[in-house]
Design a protein around this ligand. Structure first.
Ligand code: GLU
Length: 428
């Protein structure tokens, strides 16, 4: 990109970019890829827009006896390549624009790993950590009933995302099954006992590991020499930290909502995982080594993995990032302004729609097993995942080289081509 950060005019341009909404940010990248492909305007409109957006009222009787109103969303973005697919998040910041952005990212992500799904996303605006188990189950069931009209194993298949897990997916499947009959393929990320897949829970973290290995190989970096900082210690971040540790890297920093810890000698990840499981967060873990989430982003390290929420690397702090490789385990953790700065600094960014695609890839394996009523061994699942991730990584790399663009725009180019071809062949 020909934007110079030292001149006032382009700096303003970057500031404008960072003020875009989440959905506009996705479309900003979309347009760059579409320009490279000379995509006709009418297809741009068709491909950027969402197919259907549900916004539902959720009335939940709290444990206190009070009746509370929450809002839920399900956005279906594009189904040219297969049924809508994407997770459901429970978080106070969920709103229609962000769900729309995340649904669009799912379309591109599923196309990049070449699995037969379109893109969707759902969410409930709620402070999940403040709900009791009964309230959590209650709101999941109400939400499932409210969006039931657009769901189905061949229509739209939800999965876990921020603050949702296998237990929540189990309730989801049960609620769906009450009206439609036994249909394990209606949702993925379920408990193993209900038709979940081996390897699904660790799949996103494992997929991030595979692309990290590929990127290190390309950059001539030995993982065993790497210092790694991971922001977010939920399912994805903690497993990624564990896998990197197992590969011989030194995980020097981790964090979650309670803040983070830093130890340049390396953190004992298994201990941290056990602590977070027992105490609900990392609060109080290694009390003498505490750092903030903001400090973690700017630490001296080789690999930085933002694995929490969106918009954590921006125009404000990108210049202070010291990592050589950034692995976007979270969805849209970098703003376009931040992205420009990182690109100029020569930092390799493995974009979300590639890096974190391991979760939905094993969701696809789970769905496939459910439809065939089969159960695959974990080793088989992990090997298939490895093949999918590395193939996608190579394809994205070759697109970025071919067009002389970042991996993010290369990834969008690959995805747009695939979705465009499917739409054309369907006669749209
Ligand atoms: N929520 C995950 C994602 O953002 C997984 C989606 C799925 O498995 O459908 O990719």
């Amino acid at each position: 990109m020909a934007v110079k950060k030292t001149q006032t005019e382009p700096q303003n341009e970057l500031t404008k970019l960072d003020k875009l909404s989440a959905y506009e940010m996705v479309n900003y990248y979309f347009e760059q890829a579409a320009n490279k492909l000379n995509l006709p305007e009418e297809y741009r409109v068709a491909m950027k827009g969402t197919y259907r957006e549900l916004k539902v009222q959720l009335l939940l009787r709290m444990d206190s006896g009070e009746l509370k109103e929450f809002t839920g969303f399900r956005v279906q973005h594009n189904a040219a390549r297969g049924p809508y697919k994407g997770g459901i998040r429970f978080h106070q910041d969920v709103d229609q624009d962000e769900v729309r952005a995340l649904a669009s990212l799912m379309t591109w992500k599923n196309a990049i790993v070449d699995i037969p799904f379109g893109g969707a996303k759902g969410g409930i605006a709620v402070k999940a950590r403040e709900l009791s188990p009964r309230e959590l189950q209650g709101i999941t069931r109400i939400y499932t009933r409210k969006i039931d009209l657009c769901l189905g194993p061949h229509k739209d298949i939800p999965a876990p995302d921020v603050n949702t897990n296998a237990t929540v997916m189990g309730w989801f499947m049960d609620e769906y099954g009450r009206r439609r009959g036994y249909s394990p393929a209606c949702v993925t990320g379920k408990p193993l006992e209900l038709g979940g897949s081996e390897g699904r829970e660790q799949a996103t973290g494992r997929g991030c590991l595979f692309v990290t290995q590929d990127a290190c190989e390309d950059s001539g970096i030995d993982i065993r020499d790497c210092a790694v900082a991971v922001q977010g210690f939920g399912n994805v971040g903690s497993n990624y930290a564990l896998f990197m540790d197992e590969q011989g890297a030194k995980v020097v920093a981790i964090s979650d909502v309670s803040g983070g810890v830093y130890d340049k000698e390396g953190i004992h990840i298994k201990k941290a995982m056990a602590y977070a499981k027992k105490n609900g967060s990392l609060e109080g873990f290694m009390p003498n080594n505490r750092i903030s989430n903001e400090e973690l982003i700017e630490l001296e390290c080789d690999i930085l993995c933002p694995a929490a929420l969106g918009g954590v690397i921006t125009l404000e702090n990108a210049d202070r990032v010291k990592a050589k490789i950034i692995v976007e385990a979270a969805n849209h953790p970098i703003t376009p302004g931040g992205d420009e700065i990182l690109n100029d600094k020569g930092i390799v960014v493995i974009p979300d729609i590639l890096a974190n695609a391991g979760g939905v890839t094993v969701s696809y394996f789970e769905w496939t097993q459910n439809l065939q009523q089969l159960h695959w061994e974990e080793e088989f699942v992990n090997n298939e995942l490895h093949k999918k991730m590395s193939k996608a990584y190579r394809r994205v790399q070759s697109k970025s080289k071919q067009y002389g663009v970042s991996m993010r725009i290369g990834a969008f180019i690959l995805a747009l081509e695939r979705v465009f071809d499917a739409m054309k062949m369907r006669g749209i």
